[in-house]
Design a protein around this ligand. Structure first.
Ligand SMILES: Cc1cc2nc3c(=O)[nH]c(=O)nc-3n(C[C@H](O)[C@H](O)[C@H](O)COP(=O)(O)OP(=O)(O)OC[C@H]3O[C@@H](n4cnc5c(N)ncnc54)[C@H](O)[C@@H]3O)c2cc1C
Length: 368
């Protein structure tokens, strides 16, 4: 069966993607949002500290008000938890067409539109809007496939009763280890949490180290694996996706090296190995960027690569648009034959207002 052809496929359900979806919904454009997280605004849920207040910040020089009032944070700041709760109600109430837990991978040009490739299959749109924000979790680089490995922890209780592997040497990984140890302790589960890092030293701040120490003193069963490198993603004889991680290596004089590795079911693995900006994705998609050289850019630094966009946010790849945090803090704007750096603060305001201008432009293009 041929996949449905949507007017727009939107990648990411953050403020930019959700505002785009809502405006499509109101103006009768067909659309589908693909979000890698468990629910809308996953990027915000993952990055804001607990209890953080959300501000309706607007750059001083910006002439426009918030153009999608329904998604605007309240003037009197509320905690991120209550803003997220409001957003989930809004998505349900408006019945927006969002598929969660679908990770965007690539785009293929077709005669009648664009096919979007994801880890859950293909989707087709006349236009594609990239609204995946500014921080994209890094993938593990191993031989084979490691896509089943989670990049954040949504429910520590899922790991009670299983041996778990957390990869990464910083505060985020430490926080995941602490949360799982705590969940296990509360359920009297003595199965260990393995904590691996490819360097010999873990690097966490004092406050995190104290919380971790406390969890260990309360009985947390943790096995540290410094100098361990994830090597292979494979499917075993029972069709279970597994990740092998090499924990030590002994060079032999005869040239045959000996090493030890542990193999974990991928569903028991969480990799917190940092995030990257969107430039590698633009490269992969063949979207043009321009490097800032001395004196050319005011916001970006020398050597930064900025994505090239029209005034309607269309990239150099026809039919592919980019909005929101993905183009912050600045991009190169093509306007009336000129290319100039355009300031683009990374705010909910800019993300929402990009969506408004984008949908207006696409409505005209599609004659709706
Ligand atoms: C700690 C912190 C505090 C902040 N506080 C404020 C504030 O008070 N007020 C304010 O205005 N701004 C604030 N900001 C900035 C604001 O959160 C961002 O400007 C805004 O979230 C950008 O929206 P976005 O939709 O472009 O990106 P995001 O919010 O990052 O949303 C992108 C979405 O795309 C999804 N995604 C990513 N990759 C893929 C993929 N491959 N496939 C499918 N989906 C994918 C993500 O899961 C995410 O849900 C803050 C930022 C941080 C980090």
């Amino acid at each position: 069966m041929l996949p449905e052809l949507y007017d727009l496929i939107i990648i990411g359900a953050g403020p930019a993607g959700l505002a785009t979806a809502y405006l499509c919904h109101k103006s009768g454009l067909s659309y589908l949002v693909l979000e890698s997280g468990k629910s809308s605004f996953q990027g915000i849920a993952n990055t804001y500290p607990q209890g953080k207040l959300v501000y309706a910040s607007k750059p001083k020089e910006a002439p426009e008000p918030f153009l999608v009032d329904e998604l605007r944070p309240p003037d009197k700041p509320v905690t991120v938890e209550s803003y997220l709760q409001y957003i989930q109600h809004f998505v349900q109430h408006e019945n927006l067409n969002i598929r969660n837990e679908v990770t965007f991978e690539s785009i293929v040009d077709e005669r009648d539109g664009l096919t979007v490739l994801t880890d859950k299959g293909r989707f087709k749109g006349k236009k594609v809007v990239l609204a995946f924000g500014s921080s994209i979790p890094r993938e593990l680089s191993v031989y084979g496939d490691a896509k089943m490995v989670a990049k954040n922890l949504d429910d520590p209780s899922k790991f009670v009763g299983v041996k778990t592997l957390v990869i990464g040497g910083g505060n985020t990984a430490a926080d995941v280890v602490i949360a799982i140890l705590k969940a296990k302790r509360e359920q009297n589960d003595n199965q260990p949490v393995y904590w691996a890092h490819q360097s010999e030293r873990f690097d966490v701040n004092k406050e995190t180290a104290q919380r971790l120490g406390e969890e260990i003193l309360l009985g947390g069963n943790i096995r540290l694996l410094p100098g361990a490198t994830p090597r292979i993603g494979e499917v075993d004889d029972e069709q279970v996706d597994r990740l092998s991680i090499r924990i030590n290596e002994f060079k032999q004089a005869d040239g045959i090296d000996l090493y030890h590795a542990l193999s974990f079911p991928m569903q028991n693995v969480i990799a917190c190995i940092g995030s990257q900006g969107p430039v590698p994705i633009f490269d992969k998609l063949g979207i043009q960027t321009i490097s800032c050289t001395a004196g050319v850019c005011k916001v970006a630094q020398d050597g930064d690569r900025l994505v090239l966009l029209t005034t309607d946010f269309e990239s150099t790849r026809k039919g592919v648009y980019v909005v929101g945090g993905a183009i912050s803090p600045s991009y190169m704007k093509i306007s009336e034959g000129m290319i100039q750096e355009e300031k683009h603060p990374n705010l909910i305001y800019t993300a929402i207002n990009d969506a408004y201008h984008l949908v207006e432009a696409i409505k005209k293009r599609l004659g709706k």
